[in-house]
Each structure stands twice: as structure tokens, then as C-alpha cells.
Design a protein around this ligand. Structure first.
Ligand code: NAP
Ligand code: ZN
Length: 367
């Protein structure tokens, strides 16, 4: 038995855990705050950061140009600004997009000569320290060593990883997620569910990642059912946020599978949100895994509170804000299946899907 596990992120959780934080000096004298255009302001986290930094005597600048599914070029630009400002550390505020961008900004700032795509190929000086402040409950980026960016030259999203990308501190204040609209609340929860479930069927899953997955899956599905019943209150937000972080710990050990790899195509070419894109494939992923791993699949269905893959499909597609309607042509389906099958992650699952099997799923669910 193997219980190897590494997740060196200090987590602070609960209402006002970030608003009241002042202990910045150990990370340096100057910070760059990385966020999107609106949400960091809207939810109050940006002004909490600015007040806290001012009171702690830390200089700061704000890079607020991170788009959803951030471009690698945007992150390099943020890295340059951080470098010009002389930032010692990076605070990412947002959903997975600003958090992943903040990791990349921290890496580009430490490697100022890098062209955007060098981040994927060249050895690097370790990234600046990075603190994460969540405003969505889904990606788990606050506890993973991955940063996923959009790379136009390969017409896809691509991740880079490293122990230097783990956040030094992750702040989980559910209040910041209260402003997230219902559709995004649901689709980010679906993303978290995908992390826990895909992670359960990866070769690197072990008793530690299994325990985390088994804990968080009922929390996420309970939270999703709550959202469907109109519960967007603090306690349900808290349940979804904490569960999504546990699911992030799962993938920090295991990585993700074909659900994510195929989902990236729907995001890149069709503009679907990350969680929504993944939602198309999760039920069939478990169904596929059930052929060779029936006991583990049965366990997953039980944890989700469903009888089988069709009920799971209904739960994933139940939210009116994220209709699972027709999105791609048959030609696109063939191209996406062919490309996905070559992705390394897909081969890291306990059962490896073939191109015709994946094409069958794409045809059934997306056309
Ligand atoms: P997101 O792309 O960060 O945000 C989606 C939208 O929600 C944006 O318009 C954002 O506005 C808005 N928003 C965020 N928080 C809000 C709030 N509290 N109130 C109102 N609006 C809010 O969404 P996400 O699903 O969290 O992140 C997806 C990204 O994470 C993808 O790029 C995906 O590849 C990545 N990801 C990373 C990992 C990892 O391990 N690193 C794992 C899974 C996914 P603003 O633009 O104004 O911020
Ligand atoms: Zn994801």
C-alpha cells in the first residue's frame, strides 16, 4: 500500500479569514494583486486585500486584466508588470482563472526573459510566493501545483506545474462566493465533482486521495442539489467551497482524466465554461470505468446519491442555467476524439479509453 501525499498549502478558512489577515511581511515588502475585471471588486475581496496590505505597510499594484481561461500572453504581461514594480509576492483573487494566472505571473516575474511559451519548455527559477483568495468553489487551484492557460498556437489549453506553484497560503472565505450567479455556482461545483471522481480512477489514486474524494463527493452533490432547490445561502456556499478544496487536493495527487482533456476542446472552440464543458463527459467516464472497476464505480454512484450513469447525467445537466444542448458537428467530434486520445493524462487512468469509445461518447452527448 502507498500513502504518499504532498500538499504544502497552509489553509485559512471561515468568514473574514482574509479580511483580518495582516501577516504579509514574511512574504516581502511589495505585492502584486492578480484578478479579473469585476469579481474581485464585486465580492469585496479586492478592497479587503488593499486595506490589509495598507495597514501592514506593504506596497502593492493591481493587475486586473485576467480573462476567463487566461491567455499565456496575458500572464506574461502580468509577470512583466510585477517585475517592473519589484513585487516580492503575488496575491491571486478570483476563480481558477485569476488563481492560475497569478501562479503564472509569479513564475514569469521570476523569469523575466521568458517568452510566453518558454514557461512550458525551459527550466525556471522558482516562482515568487503566491497567496490564493477564492471567489469560486470549483477548481481547487488554491491547493494544486498546476496553472492552466490558453495557448492559441496549439489551439488548446495547456498546463504547467511545479512545487513552486503551490500557494503559500489559501484563504477560504465562503462570503466571497455569495455573489457568484446560480449558473456559475452550479458549473463550478460540477468541476469540483469531476476532480474528485476522475481522481478516483487515476493510477496515482491512493488511500489518502480516496479518503478525500469519499469525503467531498457527497458534500458537492449535496451542495448541487441545494443550489437546484434555490439554496444559495452561506452554509451551502461553505459546503461547496470546502469540498472543492478537498477535491483539489485529490487532483494535486492524481491529475485528471479524459473528462478534462475533452472538456478543454469545448472551452477552446465553443466558449463553454470549464465546469459546463466537463459536465458532458463525467457520467460516461464513470460508466466506462465501471466495466473494469465495477466496485469503485458503484461506490462513486452511491457517494453521488444516484443509481447509475443516467441519473448522474441528469444531475449534471439539471441546472437550467447550463443546458446541455447540441454544440459540435460530427467532423469536430472526430477531430476532438483523435486529439484527446493523445493527451498524456488520458493514459493515466486505471482503464484507458480508445478513440472510437471516446468518439461514441462525444457523438451521444454533444451532437
Ligand atoms: P473563472 O474563469 O475564474 O471565472 C468565471 C467567471 O465568474 C468570470 O467572469 C469571473 O469574473 C466570475 N466570477 C468569479 N468569482 C465571482 C464571484 N464571487 N461573483 C461573481 N462573479 C464571479 O471560473 P472558474 O471556473 O473558477 O475557473 C476556471 C479556470 O480554472 C479554467 O481556466 C480552468 O482551466 C482552471 N482550472 C484550474 C485548475 C488547477 O488545478 N489549477 C483546476 C481546474 C480548473 P472576473 O473575470 O471578473 O473574475
Ligand atoms: Zn477542472
Amino acid at each position: 500500500m502507498n500513502i504518499d501525499f504532498y500538499n504544502p498549502v497552509k489553509i485559512l478558512s471561515g468568514k473574514n479569514c482574509f479580511r483580518d489577515f495582516r501577516d504579509y511581511a514574511k512574504f516581502g515588502k511589495k505585492a502584486v494583486i492578480v484578478c479579473g475585471k469585476n469579481s474581485a471588486r464585486l465580492c469585496g475581496a479586492l478592497s479587503d486585500a488593499e486595506n490589509g496590505l495598507r495597514e501592514a505597510g506593504i506596497g502593492y499594484t493591481v493587475f486586473d486584466r485576467v480573462e476567463p481561461n487566461p491567455f499565456v500572453s496575458t500572464c506574461r504581461e502580468g509577470g512583466r508588470e510585477a517585475r517592473r514594480f519589484g513585487a516580492d509576492f503575488v496575491i491571486g483573487i478570483g476563480g481558477g482563472s485569476p488563481l492560475d494566472a497569478a501562479k503564472a505571473v509569479a513564475a514569469f516575474a521570476a523569469n523575466p526573459d521568458f517568452e510566453p511559451e518558454d514557461i512550458y519548455t525551459k527550466a525556471r527559477v522558482p516562482a515568487l510566493p503566491f497567496l490564493a483568495v477564492n471567489t469560486t468553489a470549483g477548481t481547487g487551484s488554491e491547493v494544486t501545483p498546476y496553472s492552466i492557460m490558453t495557448v492559441p498556437s496549439i489551439e488548446n489549453k495547456k498546463s504547467f506545474a511545479g512545487d513552486d506553484l503551490y500557494a503559500k497560503l489559501a484563504f477560504l472565505d465562503p462570503s466571497y462566493t455569495l455573489s457568484l450567479p446560480v449558473g456559475q455556482t452550479y458549473s463550478t461545483a460540477v468541476d469540483a465533482l469531476c476532480h474528485a471522481v476522475e481522481g478516483y480512477f487515476m493510477k496515482k489514486a491512493n488511500p489518502v486521495s480516496d479518503a478525500l474524494a469519499e469525503k467531498c463527493i457527497p458534500m458537492i452533490c449535496g451542495g448541487m442539489r441545494g443550489v437546484l432547490a434555490g439554496d444559495l445561502g452561506y452554509e451551502n456556499r461553505e459546503r461547496l467551497l470546502y469540498a472543492s478544496t478537498l477535491a483539489g487536493m485529490v487532483i494535486s495527487r492524481t491529475g485528471t482524466g479524459f473528462v478534462h482533456s475533452t472538456g478543454y476542446m469545448l472551452t477552446y472552440y465553443h466558449g463553454l465554461s470549464h465546469g459546463h464543458a466537463n459536465a458532458y463527459f463525467l457520467a460516461d467516464f464513470v460508466e466506462f470505468m465501471s466495466r473494469e472497476n465495477p466496485e469503485r464505480a458503484k461506490k462513486i454512484f452511491g457517494l453521488c446519491g444516484v443509481k447509475g450513469s443516467e441519473e448522474l447525467w441528469e444531475l449534471l445537466g439539471a441546472c437550467p442555467a447550463m443546458p446541455l444542448s447540441s454544440v459540435i458537428t460530427p467532423e469536430e467530434a472526430s477531430a476532438y476524439a483523435a486529439r484527446t486520445i493523445t493527451v498524456k493524462n488520458v493514459g493515466n487512468a486505471v482503464s484507458v479509453i480508445t478513440e472510437p469509445e471516446l468518439l461514441d461518447i462525444l457523438r451521444r452527448r454533444c451532437i
